[in-house]
Ligand binder design. Structure first.
Ligand SMILES: [Zn+2]
Ligand SMILES: [Zn+2]
Length: 288
C-alpha cells in the first residue's frame, strides 16, 4: 500500500507538464514524499493506538501490535506485563492498559533480549516498573551484541532487568502464581515461557509463532532442540482448553501448539537423516 501511494504520487508529479523546471520538480517531489511519509506515520500511530488488549482469561490479556504480543495480568495487587514491544509504542501500550486498570505497570518480564520484546524497557523502567528476565537477557543487553548484520548497542541502565534468574521464577500476584520457566537454548539462550496456572494461559515468547515457521537466533545461542523442548514443556502444562499466547501471531490452542511441535520434530529428523547420509546442503522446504 505504501509503495502504491508513493508510485501514484511520483506519477502525479512527473505528469505536471514539461514547463516545470527540474529543480521545482525535485522540490515538489521531496515535499510530496515527506508529506506522504508523515501522513502514513500518523496513520500507523493511529492504528497502533486503536489496538486494545484482548481478554483471554479472567484478569489476563493479550495485546498484539508491532513487536511481540504482550501478555498482561491486571488485578488487585499489580499490573504485570510480559514483554513491552518497541520504545515508540510505550504510550499506546500504556493507553491500552489504562483501559483495563488504573494501576501503572508494576512488573515487566522479558521473554528474551530481542528489541521487539525489550524495546519499551527504558520507558517502563523510568515509570517505575520492576524489570525481570533470565540472566542471559541482562548480560546480552548490558554488553550489546550482534544480531544478524546489525550490531546492538548496550542498553541504558534503566532498561536492564533488575531481577534475574536462571531456571525459574514465581510471581505471586493477583491471587495466582505466575511461573516463568527458562528453556535452555531455544529461540535464544535466555528464553522464558510463562504459565498462568489459575488462568490456564501460557505465553510462549518467541519459542512459538502461531501459523508461522520458527525462527532460531543461532547468534544468540538458539537451537532447534530448545524450540522442541519449549513446546514439549508447554504441552505438559494445563489441559485441552489452555490458551496459548504466541509471541507473534494470533491466540492459539494446545492443538495448534501440538501441530507446531510435530512439524518441528519431523523437520529436525529429516534434516538429521540428510546430514547423516553425508549431505552438506539440505534442499528442505518447510511446510505446515
Ligand atoms: Zn519477536
Ligand atoms: Zn525474538
Amino acid at each position: 500500500m505504501l509503495q502504491t501511494q508513493i508510485n501514484k504520487t511520483l506519477w502525479g508529479i512527473l505528469m505536471q507538464g514539461s514547463a516545470a523546471t527540474q529543480s521545482r520538480l525535485w522540490i515538489g517531489l521531496l515535499l510530496a514524499i515527506s508529506a506522504l511519509l508523515s501522513s502514513l506515520t500518523v496513520l500507523a500511530q493511529t492504528e497502533e493506538t486503536q489496538i486494545q488488549a484482548e481478554q483471554v482469561a479472567k484478569g489476563i490479556y493479550m495485546r498484539t501490535g508491532r513487536g511481540g504480543n504482550i501478555g498482561l495480568s491486571a488485578g488487585e495487587d499489580a499490573t504485570f506485563i510480559i514483554d513491552d514491544q518497541f520504545a515508540p509504542l510505550t504510550d499506546t501500550i500504556v493507553t491500552a492498559i489504562a483501559a483495563i486498570t488504573d494501576r501503572p505497570v508494576d512488573y515487566a518480564l522479558n521473554t528474551h533480549w530481542h528489541g521487539d520484546h525489550t524495546g519499551g524497557n527504558e520507558n517502563f523502567g523510568k515509570q517505575g516498573a520492576l524489570i525481570m528476565a533470565h540472566a542471559k537477557v541482562r548480560s546480552r543487553m548490558t554488553e550489546g551484541c550482534v544480531a544478524g548484520e546489525r550490531s546492538i548497542e548496550p542498553a541504558p541502565k534503566v532498561a536492564l532487568p533488575v531481577v534475574t534468574f536462571n531456571d525459574a521464577l514465581s510471581l505471586h500476584v493477583n491471587s495466582q502464581t505466575i511461573k516463568g520457566i527458562h528453556i535452555h537454548h531455544a529461540h535464544t539462550d535466555g528464553d522464558v515461557i510463562v504459565y498462568f496456572r489459575a488462568g490456564n494461559v501460557i505465553h510462549m515468547g518467541d519459542t512459538f509463532f502461531s501459523g508461522r515457521h520458527p525462527y532460531i537466533d543461532l547468534n544468540s545461542g538458539g537451537h532447534i532442540d530448545g524450540v522442541i523442548k519449549a513446546a514439549e514443556v508447554a504441552l505438559t502444562l494445563g489441559d485441552e482448553s489452555t490458551k496459548i499466547i504466541p509471541e507473534h501471531g494470533q491466540l492459539a490452542s494446545k492443538a495448534d501448539l501440538q501441530r507446531h511441535y510435530d512439524m518441528v520434530v519431523e523437520v529436525r529428523a529429516a534434516v538429521a537423516a540428510m546430514i547423516d547420509s553425508g549431505k552438506t546442503h539440505c534442499p528442505v522446504r518447510w511446510q505446515r
